[in-house]
Design a protein around this ligand. Sequence first.
Ligand SMILES: C[S@@+](CC[C@H](N)C(=O)[O-])C[C@H]1O[C@@H](n2cnc3c(N)ncnc32)[C@H](O)[C@@H]1O
Length: 214
Amino acid sequence: MHADFWLNRWENNEIGFHEREANPLLVKYFPNLSLKKSSRVFLPLCGKTRDIAWLLSQGYSVVGAELSQLAVEQLFSELCAEPKIIQQGALRLYRAKNLDVFVGDLFQLSRSMLGSVDAIYDRAALVALPEEARRHYSAHLMKITESVPQLLITYEYDQSQMDGPPFSISREEVEQHYAQPYQVKHLSRTEATGSLRKRIAAQEEVWLLTSHTY
Ligand SMILES: C[S@@+](CC[C@H](N)C(=O)[O-])C[C@H]1O[C@@H](n2cnc3c(N)ncnc32)[C@H](O)[C@@H]1O
């Protein structure tokens, strides 16, 4: 997906993927990561998700990465947070209390820029990307985070019936991306809700990725 595709979606407010409240699957399954409060959680391709507000309210520190400056400005405005903006190489860091969001291309974000994180939460990130980009994404994500535990939400549906995004991801594909170095545990499979439900019958899957010694 070209950057313009997403930037135009934000410009035109075509953000059917955005949910008004924290994702119920996040609320239900996040405790499976067994994180200490104040842990730093990374949300790649974060948009302006309300999941960030929920994580902050639970006492976590959040770091996100998002292509669209408009999305990030809306995010901070909706959180009533005034960001300090710091240029970091090709990216811009928007910073407020317990919240860092990098604006720009995730693939320009290095491990040292990101800093240490304790977990990853991927909702609508892996599924937002076409197949080849997904391979680069998962490899890059593991590289910049040192493969910390991850809560991953994906969709599965008949890809011949609809073009993504979101794209359909099979169990085999999740394992291709993450079986090394993670232990991949399937937590739940439910009917997809929200804007996707209007387009196609899809299943929403939740995965817990942990190290083998976790
Ligand atoms: C389907 S949306 C999901 C947003 C958010 N995770 C949520 O649940 O609402 C995908 C987001 O990824 C962003 N994006 C796409 N490619 C990106 C890239 N290479 N680097 C950073 N963000 C990107 C888009 O601008 C868009 O906001």
